[in-house]
Design a protein around this ligand. Structure first.
Ligand SMILES: [Zn+2]
Length: 430
């Protein structure tokens, strides 16, 4: 029997590879942080995780969030996006210090790890602090310094400089962090600024992470001002390419969809945030059928409020069914796909992560589906997408390292982090 450094044995393994194989029971052998075996043979490990009765998936990829916004969780609830941002979030953000961002991000990274998220795509400020928090907790991050050009008192030069400087310093940092440029949105950045962001991204060889067409009024205003939709205007300046990840993309016309497909830009679908802020429902079922790359995101904890990708898979699917009035829209298997491999594809990281395949990095989640809510499992995609909860995550491996074992975080002292977090909350909100 083959022996590896680390092995997950006896699980119901969803490989999420090209063939979408289900191995039951299946085993995974890992060596040096890499997957060396996946199949039905019995294997041994110097260290072993017994996954009997458990569903085993690739790590979940949270395709869009603002992790330090755990600081804004459970406050100023049930407001429209514009009011929430302008009256509540932005005034407090003006007082944020790097140490607040660090602890907010650390709590988010801990929550994500405990919920099986092994990689997240994040946009905020002081992203060097987020990078450190992610590495301390042991998860991967694609990080972009949020660039809010129009409502900032800083000149656009300075904003662009900070964004590019972060990207230059942190792209590839410690093998766990990648950088992107993060112009905030079509309503908070000028077209000229976005054109310059595109140039800088090309020079740096990093991607772009942007919110577009999230809520309708700014899209209508944009059309009134420019005579075309944000997607068309961005396409005309050469902004849309394969390295662009668009968060939300809700208020699109058919031509916009066609352009996104043609330019091969990717979408982050954030169903809970979109429902909570009453932003609308993105055309995900059509996008996936057209071959547009789609990943699932939680969005920030201020507008979700959790970072539970397993719970959000269900909502992702339900919202599509309701939107199209068709129960076959975004079926369970597709929901699991956009939460794992789809996210890796959307971030252009699928050569490294997103599926359980030989040669990929060992980012693996074991979910305790022995619990009664999953029984009988019958179809593991259905059991996971429709019965699942992030709190059932048992073990999490990132890059071959066990960061969650039997539901407990192994990397940081969570109690201590929560104390620091409470201190930051009282500093910021009194
Ligand atoms: Zn967002």
């Amino acid at each position: 029997m083959e022996k590896y450094e680390l092995a997950v044995i006896n699980g119901i393994v969803l490989t999420m590879d090209g063939d979408m194989r289900v191995l039951s029971p299946g085993s995974i052998g890992m060596e040096g942080g890499e997957i060396r075996y996946v199949g039905k043979d019995e294997v041994r490990g110097e260290e072993e995780i017994d996954a009997r009765g458990c569903i085993v998936t690739p790590g979940f990829v949270n395709c869009h969030t603002h992790s330090p916004m755990t600081l804004f969780r459970n406050a100023f609830e049930d407001q429209p996006l514009e009011k929430w941002l302008k009256e509540y979030v932005w005034p407090v953000e003006a007082r944020l210090k790097p140490e607040h961002v660090k602890i907010g991000a650390k709590i988010a990274a801990a929550e994500m790890a405990l919920n099986g998220v092994t990689c997240f795509n994040d946009m905020y400020f002081y992203m060097d602090q987020v990078a450190e928090a992610a590495v301390e907790v042991g998860i991967r991050g694609v990080l972009s310094e949020g660039m809010v050009e129009l409502f900032s008192d800083k000149a656009s030069e300075e904003i662009l400089r900070r964004g590019t400087e972060f990207a230059r310093r942190y792209h590839g940092w410690r093998g766990m962090i990648w950088a992107a440029l993060g112009p905030h949105a079509e309503y908070s950045c000028s077209l000229e600024f976005l054109r310059r962001v595109r140039e800088e991204a090309d020079k740096l060889g990093v991607g772009i992470h942007i919110h577009l067409a999230e809520v309708k009024p700014p899209v209508d205003e944009f059309v009134k001002e420019h005579g075309k939709t944000p997607i068309k205007a961005l396409d005309e300046i050469g902004f849309l390419k394969r390295d662009v990840l668009i968060a939300h993309a809700i208020h699109l016309d058919d031509e916009d969809l066609r352009i996104i497909r043609e330019r091969d830009a990717a979408i982050a679908y954030n169903p809970v945030s979109n429902m909570k802020l009453a932003s609308g429902a993105a055309r995900i079922e059509e996008m996936t059928r057209m071959g547009i790359r789609v990943g699932l995101g939680t969005d920030g904890p201020g507008s979700n409020n959790t970072l539970d990708m397993i719970q959000d898979m269900k909502i992702a699917s339900l919202l599509q069914k309701l939107k199209y009035m068709d129960p076959s829209s975004l079926p369970a298997k597709s929901a699991v796909r956009i939460a794992t491999r789809g996210g890796a594809e959307a971030l252009n990281l699928d050569h490294l992560i997103g599926s359980i395949e030989i040669g990929k990095r060992a980012d693996i989640v074991v979910i305790n589906t022995r619990k009664v809510r999953y029984q009988p499992i019958r179809d593991p995609y259905t059991a996971l997408a429709y019965c699942g909860s992030g709190s059932d995550v048992k073990d999490v491996i990132v890059d071959g390292r066990i960061i969650v074992r039997d539901g407990a975080l192994q990397t940081i002292d969570l109690e201590k982090a929560l104390e620091e977090f409470e201190k930051a909350i009282s500093e910021l909100f009194g």
